[in-house]
Design a protein. Sequence first.
Length: 315
Amino acid sequence: MPKYDVFGIGTALVDHFCRTTDSFLEKNGLIKGASNFVSRERLDEIQVRLADSIFARFPGDNARNTCEGVVHLGGRSAYAGRVAEDAEGKIFEESLRKQKIASFLEKGPGRTGKIIALITRDGQRTFAVDLGNGKDYGGLPVTGIKNSAFLYLTSITLFADGAISRSARDAMDVAEGNEVRISISLESPPLVEKKKDRLWRILTRADVLFTNEEELKALTGSSDEKAAKELAKEIDIVCLKKGERGSSIFTKEEEFHVPALPANVVDTTGAGDFYAAGVLFGLSRGKSIKESGTLGAQLAKKVVEKFGATLANKL
């Protein structure tokens, strides 16, 4: 059995949650409901303006969240990325230790990545993002990848403006050369649409793809399940996340519907990441696709009933 069920490579960062208004988003040129990539200087300015409204901080990144979900189910996971010697870096590093996620972190100059999650009165979240020195991650943890059932990457990691995009693609080469399955999650519809021509070539190398309907539309021009079925002709397993309507999972021969479980929703941040964790853990332990999807739904239910993309009681 591989040492790790999932090995994630990501852009390490810390999420800062605050409440704001639609007018604040408009005045600051932030697209509502999207991930807005900004300079650190601009992010700092936004944070200063919202300082009194920030009420929570949690370690973030899709890959980290997925690694936590795997451990929560009794699995083993590992995470690689870069942080700085700053407050956010310490928060992130400590979260891996407490969650028992094997750390392949490297430290470097600059500042650890940061997200300001702006929550408007309708409950929608808008993200102002600076990946910090996370995008400069240049490692290639060959031993860790080789000893894993799945490598987990996202479209953001694959196309970040920095060394991490090359590292992620090199990691895919290592995985393919060692019979490690590759899983990719689409993130940020604007990024997916901008990079879709290059993304297509990378996705055909994946064994498992996670996407929601907006991301699917950005990639294919359609959010219809037929588009996901077409993807499944090239990718072994395609998981289409549909929020409160559950998910649909497609292979070349079969399709499954996994209903969302009733939940007292507090915060939907990280639901897709923990869903991916359940699916990948199940597949790594030999469970059926339907059973794996159900594990994903169970984890998603748990995380939306808590605030922040974590199942930890205390970080």
